[in-house]
Each structure stands twice: as C-alpha cells, then as structure tokens.
Design a protein. Structure first.
Length: 255
C-alpha cells in the first residue's frame, strides 16, 4: 500500500506574510494528519519562516531547486546542506520550468538527484512530455528517457527516498488537466520502468504524484486511479481553501 502524498509547489508566488498565513491555516486543519503525507515548497527566501510556522506538525517543507555543490563560489545558488539547515526535508528537481525556462538538462538533473540523496534530502523528481511530443506519439519515449537519465546511479536503497511526479508540460498552469486515463497510463509506464530497472517490489512502493492543473474539482478522479499516488499542486496550492479541498480528496480516496 502506498501512502498518498500531496505537495504544494508555490513557485515564485506569495510574500512572506502570505506564506506564513497559508502555512498556519494548513497546520490548523492538517497539522496532525497521518493518512496522507503533506508538504509545501515555498521560494528559498521564505523556507525558514514557513518551516518555523509548521514546526511540530506533520507537514513537511521542500525547496523548489538546489545546486549540486555543497558550498563554494557559486553566486546566486543554494546548497543542499543549507536547505536541511533551514528545516527542509524535500527538494523538487527536474521541474519542467527548470528544464524548459531555465535550461536544465538531464545530466544536471541527475547530478542534483544524486547530491540531494547524498545530503539526506528527499527528491521529488518531475518529468513529463510537451504537447508536441504527446501529439507526435512520443510520450512514452520522452518520459522513459527522462526517468532513466535522472535516476542513473541511484541505488535501490536510495529510491526509498525518491518521489516521482508526472507533470505533462501541456497541463501545467493551463487549466488543461490530463484525463485520469491519460495520467494512469503514464503512471503505469513509469512504474513499469521502475520495475525493469530495479524490481517489481520497489516499483510497487514508489510514490508517483500527478501534477498539472490539479484542483479540488478533479483531484478525487485523478487520485482514485490505482497508479496515481497524490498530487504536486501549483496554482491551487496558493489558497488554503483550494489546497485543503485537494488534501480532503486525498484523504477520501486513501488507498
Ligand atoms: P499547476 O497546478 O499550476 O498547473 O502547476 C503544476 C506544477 O507545475 C506543480 O509543480
């Protein structure tokens, strides 16, 4: 049985006061939640304040990126040990905005996954195809290439710390959600790849979130699918009531 995992990726949104208010609202309603795993991922500058606001609760904090080195002359970058130091447990890696807007390739993402694991951070590894790739029938090739590249050198033992997130690029911030059948199909492909690379048992216990225009209205449908183990939520994680609706949906369909 896999525990569902719902995480909010705030991206470059909310100021410090808004982030703390949101964290406090979530803590008040879900601070003791055990049925579903929860995390929020604020911008770097607010990580500590949000982690402090959530201290003593079951809600984890994640960063949206990190650099591969642990310290040194890398102006503007943030190291994994710094993230741990401010109370982070998770780090989102390979997000499509990092891949396509900020130019990160598979090699960099793989290096970040390996370093995050080395530092003791839990990666939320994102992958997904672009619209033109889906339309050209390349989805399976694209996601399998991304998965193999990102997990190169990651051991089976380390995989216990890795969450996967399928985020079709065409569904991110567009209001155009993948249908539950489309999500389930790709999640099944990813699980099959993990079974081939590692083992059926490891594939069975790996959490695979879906991300891309998840809202309270579609969350139940998506998360009720057998291979969809929660959600990585962008826009709808910025408002306490919308995010709470998604968390409640996860609780209701807990597998
Ligand atoms: P939206 O929920 O805003 O589509 O964003 C999804 C996402 O990119 C989460 O990482």
């Amino acid at each position: 049985m896999r525990q569902l995992f719902v995480a909010g990726n705030w991206k470059m949104n909310l100021n410090g006061r808004q982030g703390i208010e949101l964290a406090e609202a979530l803590k008040a309603e879900f601070g003791d939640l055990e049925a579903v795993r929860l995390a929020v991922c604020p911008p770097f500058v607010y990580l500590k304040a949000v982690a402090d606001a959530l201290a003593g609760s079951a809600i984890g904090v994640g960063a949206q990126n990190m650099y591969t080195e642990s310290e040194g002359a890398y102006t503007g970058e943030v190291a994994g040990p710094m993230l741990l130091d401010v109370g982070c447990r998770y780090v989102i890696l390979g997000h499509s905005e990092r891949r396509h807007v900020l130019g990160e390739g598979d090699g960099v993402i793989n290096a970040k996954v390996l370093r995050a694991l080395e530092f003791g951070l839990k990666p939320i590894l994102c992958l997904g195809e672009r619209l033109e790739q889906r339309e050209a029938g390349e989805t399976e090739d694209v996601v399998s290439g991304q998965l193999r590249a990102a997990l190169e050198g990651v051991s089976a033992a380390q995989m216990a710390e890795v969450t996967m997130a399928y985020e079709p690029v065409w569904a991110i911030g567009t209001g155009r959600t993948a249908t539950r059948e489309q999500a389930e199909e790709v999640h099944g492909i990813l699980r099959g790849l993990l079974a081939g690379i590692y083992s059926a048992e490891l594939a069975e216990r790996t959490i695979i979130q879906y991300g891309g225009s998840v809202k309270p209205e579609n969350a139940t449908d998506l998360m009720a699918m057998p291979n969809v183990d929660g959600a990585l939520v962008g826009g709808a994680s910025l408002k306490a009531d919308a995010f709470a609706g998604i968390i409640r949906a996860a609780c209701a369909v807990s597998k």
